[in-house]
Design a protein. Structure first.
Length: 317
């Protein structure tokens, strides 16, 4: 079922989560162990991230470094199929532009369609680690908008090869990313919102936000979106702090602000266990306020750790 239908049929705020494929070599049980306890909160859909290739350097006998590329977290499509099979929940694979030609994108979408997946979160992806800026493949999509148009073309039976006959249209529901604190490359919020609106006008069914720790940022974002005619559901993405160091790493990696009060509370902690407790308490307060505001879904970035998400959800669902 489509995410938009789940939202339409819901009686209140829904619970959902995002999982990462495990590192190459791990088995699927590591994902199940993570999701199993959270099934108590009846997520109607679960997102599975996509991780592009990375450069790895190996020293050759002559002392020189040899560069190759590898995907450290493969398995997005397989995990989606496994989630659907084990839990009967709708998986939402993330599809990115980076590293894919349009032809490869089309083939990946055909795979998703064949395994019965109804939703995709359409995003651009970041640059390869250590590269200064995002570079699309020579015949790839440059922006999420371009990828979104490709998905919607397939929904209308338009494949890359115009000579194909008797094509079956796909029927994907598409989500896109939104940034309450602005995407880091955008010169200003107004421009970023303009590009978000283009994705909505191209047929996106819903928006999922980057993580944020100050609900006011989400509230103003929603208001600004509504002001420019974005009227689709805007799902807040939440990440509980789970270690002392995340105060700086999350800010740096995701280009977000951490409120002074939260920083202060974490700085008082003597170890990661205490920081995790602060993260849970902050997450509960944030989630309660968002629920009162009437958000359609509370979407948690679990990042391979279910314990804090479980404690937060237990207070709310
Ligand atoms: P876009 O919408 O393409 O926007 C990228 C930038 O370009 C923005 O600054 C925008 O303002 C600007 N822009 C857009 N259109 C134009 C235009 N026509 N001209 C000029 N500028 C333009 N990354 C992964 O690798 N894998 C994942 O699984 C993943 N999941 C994510 C899930 C969520 C909910 C979020 C919020 C992010 C996720 N990301 C993931 C990270 C994401 O790939 C990065 O944030 C990426 O830098 C931007 O993706 P986007 O889809 O927002 O890009």
């Amino acid at each position: 079922m489509k995410v938009t239908e789940h939202i339409k049929n819901a009686k209140g705020t829904l619970f959902s989560l995002e999982v990462l494929p495990p590192l190459k070599g791990s088995n699927i049980e590591t994902i199940f162990e993570h999701i199993d306890p959270l099934m108590e909160f009846k997520p109607p859909f679960i997102d599975v991230t996509y991780h592009r290739e990375e450069y790895v350097y190996k020293k050759r006998e002559n002392g020189l470094l040899e560069r190759s590329t590898t995907k450290k977290r493969p398995g997005t499509v397989g995990i989606c199929a496994a989630i659907r099979h084990r839990y009967g929940v709708d998986p939402v694979p993330h599809m990115i532009c980076g590293g894919f030609s349009k032809e490869e994108t089309e083939n990946a979408l055909i795979d998703l369609d064949f395994v019965g997946i109804d939703n995709v979160l359409v995003i651009r992806g970041d640059s390869i680690k250590n590269e200064p800026r995002f570079v699309p493949e020579p015949d790839g999509n440059e922006y999420a908008l371009d990828l979104l148009k490709q998905v919607h073309n397939m929904n209308n039976g338009i494949y890359l090869d115009e000579d194909l006959t008797n094509v079956s249209p796909t029927d994907f529901c598409t989500g896109v990313a939104g940034y309450p604190e602005k995407h880091f490359e955008a010169p200003n919020m107004k421009g970023d919102l303009k590009h978000l609106k283009e994705k909505v006008d191209a047929g996106a069914g819903y928006i999922v936000t980057q993580m944020f720790f100050d609900n006011q940022k989400y509230f103003s974002f929603v208001e600004n979106c509504r002001d420019i005619g974005i009227d689709i559901p805007i799902i807040p993405g939440l990440k509980p702090i789970t270690s002392l160091s995340q105060i700086s790493t999350l800010a740096r990696l995701f280009h977000i602000d951490i409120p002074e009060e939260l920083v202060h509370e974490v700085e008082k902690c003597k170890n990661n266990a205490e920081a995790r407790q602060v993260g849970v308490e902050w997450g509960i307060q944030q989630s309660k306020e968002l629920m009162e505001y009437g958000v359609p879904v509370l979407h948690y970035y679990s990042m391979g750790k279910s314990e804090s998400v479980f404690k937060i959800a237990k207070e709310l669902f």
